[in-house]
Design a protein. Structure first.
Length: 276
Protein backbone atom coordinates (compact mmCIF):
# COMPACT_ATOMS: atom_id res chain seq x y z
CA UNK A 1 0.00 0.00 0.00
CA UNK A 2 2.80 2.30 0.93
CA UNK A 3 4.56 1.52 -2.37
CA UNK A 4 1.46 2.39 -4.33
CA UNK A 5 1.08 5.68 -2.55
CA UNK A 6 4.72 6.50 -3.25
CA UNK A 7 4.19 5.61 -6.91
CA UNK A 8 1.41 8.16 -7.15
CA UNK A 9 3.63 10.84 -5.64
CA UNK A 10 6.58 9.94 -7.87
CA UNK A 11 4.45 9.86 -11.02
CA UNK A 12 2.99 13.24 -10.12
CA UNK A 13 6.51 14.59 -9.84
CA UNK A 14 7.82 13.02 -13.05
CA UNK A 15 6.71 15.75 -15.53
CA UNK A 16 8.60 18.34 -13.52
CA UNK A 17 11.49 15.96 -13.08
CA UNK A 18 11.85 15.59 -16.86
CA UNK A 19 11.95 19.29 -17.33
CA UNK A 20 14.55 19.67 -14.56
CA UNK A 21 12.21 21.68 -12.42
CA UNK A 22 12.54 19.57 -9.29
CA UNK A 23 15.12 20.21 -6.58
CA UNK A 24 17.98 17.91 -5.68
CA UNK A 25 16.29 16.32 -2.68
CA UNK A 26 13.24 15.48 -4.74
CA UNK A 27 15.47 14.14 -7.51
CA UNK A 28 17.19 11.80 -5.04
CA UNK A 29 13.82 10.63 -3.74
CA UNK A 30 12.55 9.97 -7.30
CA UNK A 31 15.72 8.22 -8.43
CA UNK A 32 15.78 5.97 -5.36
CA UNK A 33 12.21 4.99 -6.03
CA UNK A 34 12.83 4.36 -9.70
CA UNK A 35 15.62 1.91 -8.92
CA UNK A 36 13.15 -0.27 -7.14
CA UNK A 37 10.00 0.31 -9.10
CA UNK A 38 9.77 -0.91 -12.70
CA UNK A 39 6.29 0.45 -13.15
CA UNK A 40 7.34 4.02 -12.46
CA UNK A 41 10.43 3.50 -14.58
CA UNK A 42 8.19 2.56 -17.48
CA UNK A 43 6.01 5.60 -16.91
CA UNK A 44 9.13 7.79 -16.92
CA UNK A 45 10.41 6.22 -20.15
CA UNK A 46 7.08 6.84 -21.89
CA UNK A 47 6.96 10.37 -20.62
CA UNK A 48 10.49 11.00 -21.83
CA UNK A 49 9.62 9.72 -25.31
CA UNK A 50 6.58 11.97 -25.47
CA UNK A 51 8.58 14.89 -24.17
CA UNK A 52 11.27 14.40 -26.82
CA UNK A 53 8.70 14.20 -29.62
CA UNK A 54 7.04 17.38 -28.36
CA UNK A 55 10.40 19.07 -28.06
CA UNK A 56 11.53 18.21 -31.55
CA UNK A 57 8.20 19.44 -32.93
CA UNK A 58 8.64 22.69 -31.11
CA UNK A 59 12.22 22.96 -32.38
CA UNK A 60 10.97 22.39 -35.89
CA UNK A 61 8.45 25.16 -35.49
CA UNK A 62 11.14 27.47 -34.13
CA UNK A 63 13.49 26.71 -36.99
CA UNK A 64 10.70 27.35 -39.47
CA UNK A 65 9.89 30.64 -37.78
CA UNK A 66 13.52 31.74 -37.71
CA UNK A 67 13.92 30.81 -41.36
CA UNK A 68 10.84 32.80 -42.26
CA UNK A 69 12.04 35.73 -40.17
CA UNK A 70 15.53 35.76 -41.65
CA UNK A 71 13.97 35.54 -45.10
CA UNK A 72 11.95 38.63 -44.28
CA UNK A 73 15.06 40.36 -42.93
CA UNK A 74 16.92 39.56 -46.13
CA UNK A 75 14.08 41.01 -48.16
CA UNK A 76 14.01 44.10 -45.98
CA UNK A 77 17.76 44.54 -46.36
CA UNK A 78 17.41 44.16 -50.12
CA UNK A 79 14.66 46.79 -50.28
CA UNK A 80 16.70 49.14 -48.10
CA UNK A 81 19.74 48.59 -50.29
CA UNK A 82 17.67 49.26 -53.42
CA UNK A 83 16.31 52.48 -51.88
CA UNK A 84 19.82 53.67 -51.02
CA UNK A 85 20.95 52.91 -54.59
CA UNK A 86 17.95 54.79 -56.05
CA UNK A 87 18.59 57.75 -53.74
CA UNK A 88 22.28 57.80 -54.70
CA UNK A 89 21.27 57.72 -58.36
CA UNK A 90 18.91 60.67 -57.85
CA UNK A 91 21.60 62.64 -56.01
CA UNK A 92 24.14 61.63 -58.65
CA UNK A 93 21.84 62.82 -61.43
CA UNK A 94 21.31 66.18 -59.70
CA UNK A 95 25.06 66.58 -59.19
CA UNK A 96 25.74 65.73 -62.81
CA UNK A 97 23.08 68.18 -64.08
CA UNK A 98 24.38 71.04 -61.94
CA UNK A 99 27.99 70.31 -62.72
CA UNK A 100 27.38 70.27 -66.47
CA UNK A 101 25.34 73.49 -66.19
CA UNK A 102 28.20 75.17 -64.35
CA UNK A 103 30.62 74.07 -67.07
CA UNK A 104 28.35 75.59 -69.75
CA UNK A 105 27.89 78.76 -67.70
CA UNK A 106 31.65 79.14 -67.35
CA UNK A 107 32.03 79.15 -71.13
CA UNK A 108 29.30 81.78 -71.56
CA UNK A 109 30.68 83.93 -68.77
CA UNK A 110 33.88 84.29 -70.82
CA UNK A 111 32.10 86.51 -73.35
CA UNK A 112 33.22 90.11 -73.17
CA UNK A 113 30.51 91.23 -75.53
CA UNK A 114 27.06 90.86 -74.10
CA UNK A 115 23.79 92.57 -73.45
CA UNK A 116 21.90 91.72 -70.26
CA UNK A 117 18.52 92.85 -68.98
CA UNK A 118 17.18 92.04 -65.53
CA UNK A 119 13.69 92.61 -64.19
CA UNK A 120 13.44 92.38 -60.44
CA UNK A 121 9.93 92.43 -58.99
CA UNK A 122 8.99 92.62 -55.35
CA UNK A 123 5.46 93.62 -54.46
CA UNK A 124 4.87 97.05 -56.05
CA UNK A 125 8.60 97.59 -56.58
CA UNK A 126 10.34 96.98 -59.87
CA UNK A 127 13.99 97.40 -60.76
CA UNK A 128 15.11 97.16 -64.36
CA UNK A 129 18.82 96.73 -64.92
CA UNK A 130 20.10 96.95 -68.45
CA UNK A 131 23.73 96.60 -69.42
CA UNK A 132 25.72 96.78 -72.63
CA UNK A 133 29.17 95.36 -72.23
CA UNK A 134 31.94 95.36 -74.78
CA UNK A 135 35.49 94.49 -73.85
CA UNK A 136 36.36 96.71 -70.90
CA UNK A 137 33.65 99.26 -71.66
CA UNK A 138 30.09 99.26 -70.45
CA UNK A 139 26.90 101.20 -70.02
CA UNK A 140 24.57 100.09 -67.26
CA UNK A 141 21.21 101.62 -66.39
CA UNK A 142 19.40 100.78 -63.18
CA UNK A 143 15.87 102.14 -63.01
CA UNK A 144 13.66 101.85 -59.93
CA UNK A 145 9.89 102.00 -60.06
CA UNK A 146 7.34 102.00 -57.27
CA UNK A 147 3.72 101.49 -58.27
CA UNK A 148 4.67 102.04 -61.90
CA UNK A 149 6.31 105.43 -61.20
CA UNK A 150 9.97 105.89 -61.90
CA UNK A 151 11.63 107.11 -58.73
CA UNK A 152 15.32 106.70 -59.49
CA UNK A 153 17.64 106.05 -62.37
CA UNK A 154 21.34 105.35 -62.05
CA UNK A 155 23.60 105.21 -65.07
CA UNK A 156 27.08 103.75 -64.99
CA UNK A 157 29.28 104.55 -67.94
CA UNK A 158 32.79 103.49 -68.71
CA UNK A 159 34.53 104.00 -72.01
CA UNK A 160 38.29 103.88 -72.20
CA UNK A 161 39.56 105.89 -69.26
CA UNK A 162 36.36 107.90 -68.81
CA UNK A 163 34.04 106.87 -66.00
CA UNK A 164 30.75 108.47 -65.02
CA UNK A 165 28.03 107.84 -62.51
CA UNK A 166 24.77 109.73 -63.12
CA UNK A 167 21.93 109.60 -60.61
CA UNK A 168 18.48 110.96 -61.47
CA UNK A 169 16.00 111.47 -58.64
CA UNK A 170 12.96 113.73 -58.29
CA UNK A 171 13.77 115.52 -61.55
CA UNK A 172 17.36 116.27 -60.49
CA UNK A 173 20.61 114.90 -61.87
CA UNK A 174 23.75 114.22 -59.90
CA UNK A 175 26.92 113.52 -61.85
CA UNK A 176 30.02 111.96 -60.40
CA UNK A 177 33.33 111.27 -62.05
CA UNK A 178 34.47 108.30 -60.18
CA UNK A 179 37.41 106.00 -60.44
CA UNK A 180 35.94 103.23 -58.43
CA UNK A 181 32.44 102.52 -59.57
CA UNK A 182 30.39 100.10 -57.60
CA UNK A 183 27.54 98.18 -59.17
CA UNK A 184 28.08 99.10 -62.78
CA UNK A 185 29.45 95.81 -63.76
CA UNK A 186 26.73 93.21 -64.40
CA UNK A 187 27.93 89.86 -65.61
CA UNK A 188 25.93 86.86 -66.84
CA UNK A 189 24.70 85.01 -63.82
CA UNK A 190 24.36 81.38 -62.98
CA UNK A 191 23.10 79.66 -59.88
CA UNK A 192 25.15 76.52 -60.00
CA UNK A 193 28.35 76.15 -58.06
CA UNK A 194 31.68 75.75 -59.71
CA UNK A 195 33.10 72.30 -58.99
CA UNK A 196 31.81 68.77 -58.65
CA UNK A 197 32.00 68.38 -54.87
CA UNK A 198 30.21 71.65 -54.18
CA UNK A 199 27.38 70.49 -56.42
CA UNK A 200 27.33 67.06 -54.79
CA UNK A 201 26.84 68.63 -51.36
CA UNK A 202 24.12 70.82 -52.80
CA UNK A 203 22.40 67.87 -54.47
CA UNK A 204 21.29 66.43 -51.13
CA UNK A 205 19.15 69.42 -50.20
CA UNK A 206 17.52 70.47 -53.49
CA UNK A 207 15.19 69.07 -56.10
CA UNK A 208 15.49 69.39 -59.88
CA UNK A 209 12.66 69.58 -62.42
CA UNK A 210 12.36 70.63 -66.03
CA UNK A 211 10.23 73.57 -67.15
CA UNK A 212 9.84 76.25 -69.82
CA UNK A 213 10.54 79.77 -68.63
CA UNK A 214 10.93 83.01 -70.59
CA UNK A 215 11.07 80.99 -73.80
CA UNK A 216 13.92 78.80 -72.58
CA UNK A 217 14.06 75.15 -71.74
CA UNK A 218 15.21 75.15 -68.14
CA UNK A 219 16.15 73.05 -65.19
CA UNK A 220 14.40 74.29 -62.08
CA UNK A 221 16.51 74.00 -58.96
CA UNK A 222 14.19 73.97 -55.98
CA UNK A 223 15.32 74.79 -52.47
CA UNK A 224 13.19 75.41 -49.42
CA UNK A 225 13.06 79.17 -49.99
CA UNK A 226 13.75 79.55 -53.72
CA UNK A 227 13.20 78.31 -57.25
CA UNK A 228 15.98 78.93 -59.73
CA UNK A 229 15.45 78.45 -63.46
CA UNK A 230 18.64 77.74 -65.34
CA UNK A 231 18.86 77.63 -69.15
CA UNK A 232 19.69 74.05 -70.21
CA UNK A 233 21.62 75.35 -73.18
CA UNK A 234 23.72 78.09 -71.59
CA UNK A 235 23.76 77.22 -67.87
CA UNK A 236 22.79 80.83 -67.15
CA UNK A 237 20.05 82.19 -64.89
CA UNK A 238 16.62 82.67 -66.49
CA UNK A 239 14.48 83.35 -63.44
CA UNK A 240 14.84 83.34 -59.71
CA UNK A 241 11.98 83.28 -57.25
CA UNK A 242 12.90 84.05 -53.66
CA UNK A 243 9.90 82.89 -51.73
CA UNK A 244 8.20 84.77 -48.94
CA UNK A 245 9.39 83.75 -45.52
CA UNK A 246 8.06 84.56 -42.09
CA UNK A 247 11.01 86.84 -41.61
CA UNK A 248 9.88 90.48 -41.61
CA UNK A 249 12.61 91.36 -44.11
CA UNK A 250 10.81 89.63 -46.96
CA UNK A 251 7.05 89.83 -46.97
CA UNK A 252 6.47 89.17 -50.65
CA UNK A 253 8.14 86.92 -53.21
CA UNK A 254 10.99 88.42 -55.17
CA UNK A 255 11.12 87.45 -58.83
CA UNK A 256 14.07 88.24 -61.06
CA UNK A 257 13.98 87.58 -64.81
CA UNK A 258 17.18 87.51 -66.85
CA UNK A 259 17.74 88.03 -70.57
CA UNK A 260 21.09 87.74 -72.32
CA UNK A 261 22.41 88.37 -75.79
CA UNK A 262 25.97 87.66 -76.83
CA UNK A 263 28.16 89.34 -79.43
CA UNK A 264 25.51 91.88 -80.44
CA UNK A 265 26.88 94.97 -78.66
CA UNK A 266 28.53 97.60 -80.81
CA UNK A 267 30.44 100.76 -79.99
CA UNK A 268 27.27 102.81 -80.59
CA UNK A 269 25.45 101.05 -77.75
CA UNK A 270 27.82 102.47 -75.17
CA UNK A 271 26.70 106.10 -75.31
CA UNK A 272 27.86 108.73 -72.90
CA UNK A 273 24.90 109.67 -70.66
CA UNK A 274 23.23 113.04 -70.96
CA UNK A 275 24.70 115.13 -68.17
CA UNK A 276 22.11 117.91 -68.08
ZN1 LIG B 1 6.60 3.32 -8.27
Amino acid sequence: MKEKRNCKIVQDLLPNYIENLTNEETNMYIEEHLQECTECKKVLENMQKEFNVKNSKRDEREVKYIKKFSHKMKLLKLILFALVIIYMMVVGRRTFIMFSLSEKAKENQLYHNYYAKLYSYQGDKLIITETHHEGEDYLTKVTRFVNGNQIQKITYYKKGTEQLLVTEREGKKYVQNTETMVGGYVSPRTYVSDGFLANLQYAFVIGIDSAYCNGKECYVIKGTSYERYVDKETGLAVREIEKTNKDITRQTDTVVDYYYQFNTVTDQDIVKPDMV
